[in-house]
Design a protein around this ligand. Structure first.
Ligand code: ATP
Ligand code: MG
Length: 250
């Protein structure tokens, strides 16, 4: 039984912007799916639709269901979401420990002392040095990579079944990017969490994912196991996307 089942999903922001059209997609428990496609192809719209984070003005058709849960998934509980820019997803005037603790307090109804202890454990889990001391730091005292680790800690507070990372490593330099990807991969393995990983970086996506889904103009172009899809894509569009990517990389 699939964890997530998306059927005929369409999203429009205005009358003429079809950000997504007719998208069918399944995700199994523990499966790692990478979403690739050019800018504006609807990747973030898909990620947000799944997490229930679309702006109120968005018009949605089709269905997003969670067969394995048997109910709608809740962002912050069943789903953890990591955004591109850790600086803007964190509150500048609250210590990072309290920001992680607040998620446990609000989403899990945990009393503050227990929430604070859990926050320190999570900061340790995302491999921040000296988690006790780091918990008392403010975001501006941390590097970009460290801030993204805090954002990941906040996303996994409730032990979600699915972690969505939308360009979560794009703002970081290459070495830090690799560290964060390996952290995300390790956490997913340990907890059996499914991953939905959105990235411009096809090599990174191929490396991390079991399955790749290619989007163009809001439509799913093709989907399949990562390695064969990269080695021999079925669609001309994917071929062109790979060629452009390899060209850029050279
Ligand atoms: N809040 C919004 N209001 C209006 N249009 C939007 C909104 N968000 C996205 N769009 C439009 O929907 C389409 C899909 O955008 P989306 O952000 O999902 O693409 P993306 O694949 O994530 O692109 P990128 O790689 O640049 O992040 C684009 O045409 C975009 O301009
Ligand atoms: Mg995007």
């Amino acid at each position: 039984m699939a964890l997530l089942s998306v059927r005929g999903l369409g999203v429009r922001y205005g009358n003429d912007v079809h950000a997504l059209e007719g998208v069918d997609l399944d995700l199994d428990a523990g499966e790692r799916l990478a979403i690739i496609g050019e800018s504006g192809s609807g990747k973030s719209t898909l990620a947000r639709a799944i997490a229930g984070l679309l702006p109120p003005a968005a018009k949605v058709e089709g269905s997003i269901s969670w067969p394995e849960l048997g109910r709608a998934a809740q962002n912050g509980r069943d789903i953890g979401f990591v955004f591109q820019d850790p600086a803007s997803s964190l509150d500048p005037v609250m210590t990072v420990g309290d920001q992680v603790a607040e998620v446990a307090h609000v989403n899990l109804d945990m009393a503050w002392p227990a929430a604070r202890r859990l926050a320190v454990e999570l900061l340790d889990r995302v491999k921040l040095p000296e988690p006790q001391a780091t918990a008392k730091a403010y975001p501006h005292q941390l590097s970009g990579g460290q801030k993204q680790r805090v954002a990941i800690a906040a996303a996994i507070v409730a032990g979600p079944r699915l972690l969505i990372a939308d360009e979560a490593t794009s703002a970081l330099d290459t070495i830090v990017q690799a560290e964060i990807v390996s952290l995300i991969r390790g956490l997913a393995d340990e907890d059996g969490m499914a991953l939905l990983f959105v990235s411009h970086d096809i090599a990174l996506a191929a490396n991390l994912a079991d399955t790749i889904a290619v989007f163009r103009h809001g439509r799913l172009v093709e989907t399949g196991a990562a390695e064969p899809l990269i080695a021999a894509p079925a669609s001309h569009y994917t071929r062109a996307l790979l060629d452009a990517y390899l060209g850029l990389d050279a």
